[in-house]
Design a protein around this ligand. Structure first.
Ligand code: IPE
Ligand code: IPE
Ligand code: MG
Length: 241
């Protein structure tokens, strides 16, 4: 059928939501929910890598998540350190390139160091690009790009006339990757919650009720099938797309 997405998406982004509710339903702490969520991350990374998806971008911690109770924020930071310690070698063996996007400077020194080491270990890998959004906000991303561009203009390296969408996009996170094709959000909320903004301008959006710890490979494949059945027009009309 003309216009349908026969291929798999090149770039998938996921808002992994619902860990807290999953734990509440079981009378357990939210930290237990986040730990269960990490197991699902492992499965979905493997599935994306095996499927030949070019890039997977996962929303792990938003710039607003600092507002949560200190116990939960600490549990999430500890889990982040635990995951980096445990998983980076395996990611490297699987030829996965790991990157953390977001304002890293707010993390403690130990975590920042681990992030830089993990990124440099895997930077030449040629398989799946795995981006973990941590202390990320779509607003922050646009603002940090704007500040870099203003600095370039002030330095006379760039003129206002040269500033177009392509030049702007180069300063954003994920600039070297194709725009997101598919955004999946688990947990039932139908919002973006300050995840990627610019990069999802033409993404297909897929919201499901399933809580993140209950998400699995088959639910992931189902999302990809739905994506493949959508008709992307990019402002064009059906006959031309
Ligand atoms: C998403 O799950 C994970 C993070 C935000 C770190 P939540 O913790 O938001 O879970 P719910 O939405 O409260 O169920
Ligand atoms: C979005 O989930 C952030 C992550 C999944 C990391 P939230 O649970 O923080 O979003 P809201 O508060 O429901 O919008
Ligand atoms: Mg939530």
């Amino acid at each position: 059928m003309p216009g349908l997405n026969i291929g798999i998406p090149k770039h998938v982004a996921i808002i992994m939501d619902g860990n807290g509710r999953w734990a509440n339903q079981r009378g357990q702490s939210r930290a237990i929910g986040h730990r269960a969520g990490l197991k699902v991350v492992r499965k979905i990374v493997r599935a994306a890598s095996e499927k030949g998806i070019l890039a997977l971008t996962l929303y792990a911690f938003s710039s607003e998540n600092w507002n949560r109770p200190e116990t939960e924020v600490s549990a999430l930071m500890a889990l982040f350190i635990y995951a980096l310690n445990r998983e980076v070698k395996r990611l490297h063996q699987n030829n996965i390139k790991l990157r953390i996007i977001g304002d890293i400077s707010r993390f403690n020194q130990q975590l920042q160091k681990m992030i830089y080491q993990a990124q440099s270990l895997t930077e030449n890998n040629t398989g799946l690009v795995l981006n973990i959004a941590a202390n990320y906000g779509g607003h922050w991303d646009i603002l940090q790009a704007t500040k870099k561009l203003i600095a370039q203009i002030e330095d006379n390296q760039l003129s206002l006339a040269q500033l177009d969408e392509a030049v702007f996009q180069k300063q954003l996170c994920l600039a070297d990757l194709p725009d997101v094709d598919l955004v999946i959000r688990t947990g039932g909320e139908c919002r973006i919650s300050n995840f990627l903004v610019w990069q999802i301008a033409y993404a297909e959006l897929y919201f499901i009720e399933t809580l993140w710890p209950d998400f699995d490979e088959s639910a992931f494949m189902q999302a990809i099938e739905v994506f493949q059945s959508r008709e992307r027009r990019f402002g064009n009309i059906k006959e031309q797309s």
